[in-house]
Design a protein around this ligand. Structure first.
Ligand SMILES: Cc1ncc(COP(=O)(O)O)c(C=O)c1O
Length: 368
């Protein structure tokens, strides 16, 4: 029986043909594919513009630069997330201020964010963790305090959230600048490393395309500090093809997640993840709460299924933050999630047989 991995990117004839056509054209950089991918992505998420870039980490760095955040500025950030959500702040010389996350939805706790705001706070990086959109109140809070809200949507392609006024906003249009990753395990990919920068602010659109291209104006004068963050044309062509499938892939993830939740609803050993009211979760990961995480990972392993724990060492406890004032601080929910969550495969490429094997693994889990 084949092992079931935690991620499996999609690859089909249309993607292969799109990649080969670009290679054959020898227009490998700065061509029409990148522009078309940006336009289609902006359209999909309802952003004013979208600019393909090298990866999610460089998108985060660029977003901070565009918001003019640097030395002396504080940026509020969760500690229960991928490392580059916070290290990008160090890279621009600003100071991350770590706050706790919600116990049920895993995103920034808006009350904790409010308490952490000081006169030096310039921005907030909110993460749609595992595909769950952050609390829409975060947008209201940032707007009322004049803070730039950077949306780390690296795990949330296709997620959306109903706002208080009834409007639906898709990840990538729920903040001032959105940052995506196309790492192969994500909900959509580009055949290598890749990222996307989106914005809902007119003032940022030109700046974003500038910063990915050495901060140069159209007449090639470097107006501000940027770098070469451009995406290759081959990747953009693959991304364009993948994007056409994104909604149906997210729908498939949603159906699989619903089956898992139904299977463990009444299981005292496993609690399903909750979905925020008004949210369409993109199910990048399906994370089960359990007091026996190692036993669950082992049980899945014996059945030939990869399952993994996430962010077991909070970011602020890691060596790179050894001199940070919060290095030894304890964040209750951050600690608890790191100690109890286990992600099981939910990718859209799972076969029906694989889904049944995972359901079986969930229902046969026991503690001796
Ligand atoms: C929440 C989050 N932010 C940022 C990133 C960074 O993206 P990349 O790996 O493309 O640099 C990732 C990727 O894993 C992520 O999950």
């Amino acid at each position: 029986m084949d092992r079931i991995p935690t991620g499996r990117p999609s690859w089909d004839e249309a993607m292969r043909n799109a990649a080969l056509a670009v290679l054959d054209s020898k227009r490998w950089v700065k061509g029409s594919q990148g522009k078309a991918f940006g336009l289609a992505f902006a359209d999909h998420c309802g952003a004013l513009s979208a600019t393909p870039c090298q990866n999610g980490s460089s998108a985060l760095w660029a977003a901070l630069r565009i918001a003019n955040i640097g030395p002396g500025d504080e940026v509020i950030v969760p500690s229960y997330t991928f490392i580059s959500t916070a290290t990008c702040i160090l890279l621009v010389g600003a100071t991350p201020v770590f706050v706790d996350v919600e116990p049920d939805y895993f995103c920034l706790d808006v009350g904790a964010v409010q308490k952490a705001i000081t006169p030096s706070t310039k921005g907030v990086i909110g993460v749609h963790l595992f595909g769950q959109p952050y609390d829409p109140e975060l947008v209201t809070l940032c707007t009322s305090h004049g803070l730039t809200l950077i949306e780390d949507a690296a795990q949330a392609h296709g997620a959306s959230q109903q706002f208080q006024n009834g409007s639906k906003r898709v990840a990538g249009s729920m903040g001032d600048i959105g940052c995506f990753s196309f790492f192969p395990s994500k909900n959509m990919a580009v055949g290598g490393e890749g990222g996307m920068l989106t914005t809902t602010r007119q003032a940022y659109t030109a700046k974003i395309s500038g910063i990915t291209n050495h901060g140069r104006s159209p007449d090639l004068e470097a107006m501000e500090l940027g770098s070469n963050l451009r995406m290759s044309e081959v990747s953009a062509a693959i991304g364009l093809e993948q994007l056409k499938n994104l909604d149906s892939w997210v729908e498939r993830r949603h159906k699989t997640a619903t089956l898992y939740t139904e299977a463990i609803e009444d299981n005292p050993l496993l609690q399903p993840p909750r979905v925020r009211p008004g949210a369409e979760h993109a199910w990048h990961q399906y994370c089960v709460h359990t007091n026996h995480p190692e036993a669950l990972v082992e049980h899945f392993d014996h059945l030939g299924i990869d399952a993994r724990r996430y962010y077991t060492t909070p970011i602020h406890h890691q060596a790179v933050f050894a001199t940070h004032p919060q290095h030894s601080a304890e964040l209750e929910n951050t600690n608890k999630l790191g100690a109890t969550l286990v992600a099981i495969p939910v990718m859209h490429e799972l076969t029906e047989v694989e889904i049944q094997r995972i359901l079986e693994a969930l229902t046969t889990f026991k503690i001796a």
